[in-house]
Design a protein around this ligand. Structure first.
Ligand code: AHR
Length: 313
């Protein structure tokens, strides 16, 4: 009986009546596309009516979408904020309308944490640190010039993944961060910026490793390294974040060295929190943290790639 009661209480009683607006960043990466797919699947599974708005990487579009969700009187809003700053005003409007906002995968800078119910994100500083620690271990005492492909300027993952990586290499005098530029989390820009790094660094011969804030930029960098006549994964190590199927393929080919996993399922925990909040007024923790696991070539990349299918990929 106790189990039956627990099952009843845990079931998403109000889910089928919930209308949720989702302001998504865009479709800059494979990971982002998977997050969108999983969010739609999770909503459908729970009977939630999801209003989806693609902001095409522009904060002004996200602000418009939030205002429109407020005008429609949705029950809750999911926001994956493209950049960290500039949200207070529009989130106050949502708060005044008593619409809870859940942040997905990126954080915001605000002095007023009451502007959002909870944030479902990874520890992005830790992700950068995990990638950096891997590199430090692999490089050992050898001199190593690293180039960095940053994510979207002003976004929380770009700021934090840089910080965590720098923490990992701090005090390692053999490892230097020679160049660092944004590749906007896209394959095309990752390739373009890597080409310019290669040009500036003796045709790439002086580069020991590339650290990319996401796998898509790493895949672009791999292409640039190959076109320069060098071997990615060997002549230039490739370390990144996300764990999308394409990077496992690259790892299986020996062309990428490691990635840090970011789950595309941010919506599952977000909807759980919203359902509990709507049903019982239960306040979730301010931060629902997702895992950050390191994968290397030693982790059977082909099998991991297969296991990812159906998770939005
Ligand atoms: O905010 C998460 C990041 O955004 C992902 O790592 C990246 O692929 C996406 O664009």
């Amino acid at each position: 009986a106790a189990f039956a009661m627990a099952t009843v209480l845990a079931s998403p009683v109000l889910a089928k009546d919930m209308v949720v607006g989702f302001s998504q960043v865009g479709s800059e990466s494979g990971w982002r596309a998977a997050e969108t797919a999983v969010t739609k699947q999770e909503a459908q599974k729970r009977g939630i009516d999801l209003k989806f708005a693609d902001a095409q990487q522009k904060q002004e579009n996200q602000i418009k979408a939030i205002r429109s969700f407020v005008a429609q009187g949705v029950d809750a809003i999911l926001l994956a904020p493209v950049v960290a700053t500039g949200w207070d005003e529009v989130l106050e409007e949502a708060k005044d309308a008593k619409i809870p906002v859940v942040l997905l995968d990126r954080n915001i800078d605000t002095k007023d944490p009451s502007l959002y119910l909870t944030a479902v994100t990874s520890d992005q500083v830790h992700e950068g640190k995990v990638a950096g620690d891997y590199l430090v271990k692999e490089v050992g005492a050898k001199p190593c010039k690293v180039v960095e492909l940053q994510g979207t300027t002003g976004s929380s993952p770009a700021i934090s993944r840089k910080k965590g990586f720098e923490e990992a290499i701090a005090g390692k005098s053999n490892i230097t961060l020679a160049r660092s530029q944004t590749g906007d989390f896209t394959r095309t820009k990752g390739k373009e910026v890597m080409e310019s790094f290669i040009k500036a660094e003796n045709g790439g011969k002086d580069i020991c490793a590339v650290y990319a804030h996401n796998d898509d930029m790493a895949v672009g960098a791999i292409q640039a390294i190959k076109e320069a006549g060098l071997k990615p994964g060997k002549d230039i190590m490739v370390v990144s974040i996300d764990a999308v199927p394409d990077i496992f393929q690259a790892m299986a080919n020996g062309e990428a060295n490691a990635t840090v996993e970011l789950t595309p399922n941010m919506a599952g925990p977000a909807f759980d929190a919203l359902e509990a909040y709507k049903k019982d007024g239960k306040e979730p923790p301010k931060w629902i943290q997702t895992e950050s696991k390191l994968y290397t070539q030693a982790d059977n990349p082909k099998a991991v790639m297969e296991s990812k299918k159906g998770l939005g990929y």
